[in-house]
Design a protein around this ligand. Structure first.
Ligand code: SAM
Length: 389
């Protein structure tokens, strides 16, 4: 496919997504019904679609409208590509520019800070400005770019240097990342990863560097009993198992289906993780981790659709749920144990305010907390370690 044909495909897909269809489904269906498109084409079209969802506000403003075509015109303008050379109507290229489009593209663009702000949901802007303070502008700029691909080295099986060498031998170039001693940032060859020997034999796992940095917060003694109360696909449980192979780790989630990948992932990693059925946790634990359901605002570079789907009502539901889960999970902490609360959110209402509300009852206090934003390289993340008063 030519670059112009890829733009034309992305325009159609974005129109379907803007009409309410989920991006992943739209992309999968397009791949199935356009078998001529090779893996390079599919990846390029996917990147165009996700770039446009991430920068939806600014591309629409630059391109002249919130439509697939407006977004792709905005992308061309943001990247300094000449739309007239691509929108030619020849072959599979998008139709040539109309007079009104030419006039819009020739008019001065809004100021960069106005464009960056428009890539957040408008209703959330006051909250974000308050919560991020001086970090608002740099975080907004980071959130417009694609997230890096990070790996966690499974230190139960190998070292970071050895994992890096094994990956390089398979054409996957990486560099150590300062956020965590286990983190490697992939600089090329990311698409080879899932079929690589290093990945299949559990030397590395996909995990954001900020997520890895959060694990350093957690007190882990050999033999500790650990409960990952909101385990999902087991990212945190697996990292805990790698950091402390002697720990006795139990994974739990309200939705058993979400935990279905834990067994194969643990097998690959050589980790032992016990699964608890929803609501069937028994006993007490030295460490209880609550990686709470949240807005995911710290991960919106990777999941930009979620950014536009969040509503004030959903955020209120999530914060209420976070408080309930924290209170329930606290009941599983053994005397002298620790409760660790985490989110991948940038919003204080899900982070500091949640910890403040929990500790205000006077039964628990916060020992330490860590807040990371994409300015440190990884996703936005928050973690706090709590102990009984
Ligand atoms: C942020 S995700 C967990 C991600 C996971 N820890 C990881 O690292 O891959 C939050 C999880 O909380 C689960 N959850 C939601 N409500 C819950 C509840 N009341 N009790 C336990 N888990 C819950 C969701 O099903 C979801 O899998």
């Amino acid at each position: 496919m030519t670059p112009a044909a890829r733009l034309a495909a992305a325009i159609d897909l974005l129109d379907a997504i803007l009409a309410g269809a989920p991006a992943e489904r739209v992309l999968t269906n397009w791949g199935r019904s356009n078998r001529f498109a090779g893996s390079g084409d599919r990846a390029a079209v996917r990147d165009l679609v996700f770039d446009a969802l991430r920068c939806r506000g600014s591309f629409a403003a630059l391109g002249g409208g919130l439509t697939g075509r407006g977004l792709m015109l905005g992308l061309c303008r943001a990247e300094g590509r000449d739309p007239e050379a691509l929108f030619t109507g020849l072959g599979h290229a998008p139709a040539p520019l109309a007079a009104a489009e030419k006039a819009h593209l020739a008019a001065p663009a809004p100021a960069p800070e106005e464009l960056r702000a428009s890539d957040w949901p408008n209703w959330l802007l006051p909250q974000l400005r308050t919560d991020l303070g001086a970090d608002f502008a740099p975080v907004s700029a980071r959130m417009q770019a694609r997230a890096p691909v990070f790996l966690r080295v499974n230190t139960a099986k190998t070292t970071r240097d050895a994992a890096q060498a094994a990956l390089a031998a398979e054409g996957i170039e990486t560099a150590p990342h300062p956020l965590a001693a286990t983190a490697l940032e992939v600089s090329s060859g990311a698409r080879k990863l899932s079929k690589s020997h290093a990945y299949e034999t559990g030397l590395v796992e996909l995990q954001d560097a900020a997520s890895q940095a959060m694990l350093a917060l957690m007190p882990l003694a050999p033999g500790a009993r650990v409960l990952d109360y909101c385990a999902g696909g087991g990212g945190k449980a697996l990292a805990l198992a790698a950091a402390c192979p002697e720990a006795k780790i139990t994974a739990h989630d309200i939705d058993a289906a979400r935990m279905r990948d834990i067994a194969p992932r643990a097998k690959r990693a050589g980790a032992r993780i016990t699964l608890a059925q929803p609501g069937q946790v028994t006993g007490t634990f030295d460490l209880v981790l609550v990686d709470a359901p949240c807005s995911g605002s710290g991960t919106w570079r990777r999941a930009p659709e979620a950014k536009w789907a969040l509503t004030p009502a959903r955020l209120a539901e999530l914060t209420a749920l976070q408080g309930e889960i924290l209170a329930r999970a606290a009941g599983f902490v053994a005397p002298g144990g620790r409760l660790c609360y985490m989110t991948c959110s940038l919003l204080a209402v899900e982070n500091e305010a949640q910890v403040a509300a929990f500790t205000a009852q006077g039964l628990w206090h916060s020992l330490r907390a860590l807040r990371l934003t994409p300015c440190e390289g990884g996703d936005g993340f928050f973690g706090a370690v709590l102990a009984r008063v």
